[in-house]
Design a protein around this ligand. Structure first.
Ligand SMILES: [Zn+2]
Length: 427
């Protein structure tokens, strides 16, 4: 398995390039909407039996008209270019991936049964994907993009040796322009599909952001209190401006910038925390809770602000590149069970301490549920064999080093080695 990493950099297009990029985004938005219209028309003209008409008057496509799937629509692009001359301004691969994007959304809708793709309003298309590069587009402080030319880039962190650039997504944000570079390497990473080493249960929550089964508690925080206060001020100012005026646009940009700022800061915090967690254990377990339902409760605003779902995704990714195991366990009743004797201990949200009446085990409430999560992680995986079946010598001395040997070098160590350019470690 060779994982793909996404490195994100700021780019600084000059004013000419910026107008070009803006124009491309607008062209992509229109072609996206055009393709979506075709898809919708096709569906609408086939929803009634063949011998009667729809009650609403609508455009009916011929029965022989094929379903506008991805390949069908992509093949139409060269023809469309002759009619809509502006399409030729954009790189054809960018247009193709743009259509691909619509069909990804459509497939997503069909699999889940909700979330039908929507028309994009003016300014809602915010990114362009360049899917292929024959040669390395990076030249030190510039990046070469098709049809756009060389754009200045802040390569604040080098692309490690041996990594190839697969694709580049150019994203427009209120803070400026960004290039998200997907890189892949020749490192063949052994997949960690069995837990090993030191197990660690994690419980996330609002009063303590994170608690581990080893008694580590990351204090709960109202994320970025000052930042949110500023956001509120900006939003209030925006609401007083006259819509579509210049001042409205300026104020809207400021609000968007503040949103960006908070999101960046949160993500940074979560990445650092994820690495910290990976330092503490080898097999990491979390609850399989759906954080979106949690966000519907009365603390919804703070739950959304904490971004637990995003944290879980980030942790999963960090575990992958650091060669750690990540597993999910059943979330039901983790906070109501004593991790020591496994009896049910009822608690309300305000009980901060776990105190078991059966075995008199006493600890922090969040730590207790983290320990219960850890228990479940051990029980449901092969780790459980270690403690119980000592008779058949599963627990041999040196099992840790054996595990490490089996896993090979974690990708993370390899990347930091390549980034710093230090020689390969040889035993
Ligand atoms: Zn107990």
């Amino acid at each position: 398995m060779t994982p793909t990493l996404n490195y994100s950099y700021r780019i600084y297009p000059d004013s000419k390039q910026e107008t070009m990029l803006d124009e491309w985004l607008e062209i992509c938005r229109r072609s996206y909407n055009y393709a979506l219209r075709e898809l919708k028309d096709w569906i609408a003209s086939r929803k009634c039996p063949i011998d009667r008409c729809s009650l609403e008057s609508e455009y009916i496509m011929a029965a022989s008209y094929p379903f506008p799937g991805y390949h069908q629509q992509q093949n139409q692009l060269p023809k469309a270019k002759k009619v809509f001359l502006e399409l030729a301004k954009v790189s054809s691969q960018v247009l193709q991936t743009n259509i691909r994007r619509l069909h990804d959304a459509w497939d997503f809708f069909r699999n889940r049964g909700f979330g039908f793709p929507r028309f994009k309003k003016y300014g809602q298309m915010k990114s362009l994907l360049f899917p292929q590069f024959k040669s390395n587009p990076l030249t030190g402080w510039q990046i070469k993009l098709p049809k756009l030319g060389k754009v200045q880039i802040n390569l604040h962190r080098p692309i490690p040796d041996g990594f190839v650039i697969k694709q580049i997504r150019v994203v427009k944000k209120a803070m400026g322009w960004f290039a998200v570079i997907s890189i892949q390497s020749d490192i063949n990473l052994p997949e960690v599909n069995a837990p090993f080493g030191h197990p660690l249960g994690l419980d996330v929550g609002l009063s303590s952001y994170l608690a581990t089964s080893d008694n580590y508690v990351e204090k709960g925080r109202k994320f970025f209190k000052t930042e949110h206060r500023r956001l509120k001020v900006l939003q209030r100012r925006l609401s007083r401006k006259q819509k579509r005026s210049n001042n409205y646009e300026k104020a809207r940009k400021k609000v968007e910038k503040q949103h960006n700022h908070i999101a960046f800061k949160r993500k940074d915090y979560q990445f650092k925390l994820a690495h910290k967690v990976c330092d503490m254990g080898d097999s990491i377990f979390m609850e399989d809770i759906d954080f979106r339902t949690m966000a519907k409760g009365f603390l919804s605003k703070h739950t959304l602000d904490a971004g637990f779902g995003q944290f879980r995704d980030i942790l999963k990714y960090v575990c992958l590149i650091r060669g750690k195991y990540f597993g999910l366990v059943d979330h039901r009743g983790t906070s109501q069970t004593c991790p020591n004797c496994r009896t049910e201990v009822r608690k309300t949200l305000s009980d901060r301490v776990h105190d078991c009446p059966e075995c008199h085990y006493r600890c922090d409430r969040d730590v207790a549920s983290a320990q219960e999560i850890c228990n479940r992680g051990i029980e449901t995986t092969t780790l459980g064999l270690r403690g119980k079946e000592t008779v058949c010598q599963v627990e041999v001395s040196g099992v840790m080093s054996l595990d490490n040997w089996r896993r090979g070098i974690p990708l993370w160590a390899e990347i930091s080695r390549r980034e710093s350019g230090s020689p390969r470690y040889t035993a």
